[in-house]
Design a protein around this ligand. Sequence first.
Ligand code: AMP
Length: 194
Amino acid sequence: MKRFRRVAVYCASSSDIDPIYVDAARAFGSLLVERGYGLVFGGGRVGLMGQVADAVISAGGEAIGVIPHKLRDLEVAHQGLSELLVVDSMHARKTVMASMSDAFVALPGGFGTLDEIFEVTTWNQLGYHSKPAGLLNVNGYFDALATFITHAADQGFVRPVHRDLLLVDADPRKLLDRLEVHELPDIKKWIDRP
Ligand code: AMP
């Protein structure tokens, strides 16, 4: 079983959502602290991002935000974090977040969330890093995406060995348990050589 130092959480900037998602985000933040894991996130005070960070801070945990100058200047940054790293671009933010974290979890979100979790999954696929990633399937939010990933694999666009790169679980404890024991495929075994 792997022990993580920090987990990156990607999730919605929107607050115009059902309270079920807010409750799940707060519970996930508390669970990270209970397990002794620090939080790395996008640094915003808005939406589910702000909720996860607030829950981590109220439980006495470590919350590190990584935000580009542009978003910080728009005053969406969270003001009460353990640390707020301000970077030059969205690309720098994603690189810093990934390098500081030992595992990745997406909670429900929109394009930004999907972009972030798919990017770290692609990096696993190509061997740029080897860190477990999963989707917390609150309220069945990711059901359609999980079905689509199966479809992509069935059609040959995702290799069979990569089908389960992104773990999906509705139970936050089970998701963290599974991430802690997840063995990622060895890149050298499958990559095509010329
Ligand atoms: P979305 O899922 O489209 O709401 O985007 C959320 C993700 O994109 C988060 O994980 C953040 O890293 C980033 N993001 C999008 N909007 C903001 C914002 N207003 N403040 C900070 N980060 C944001």
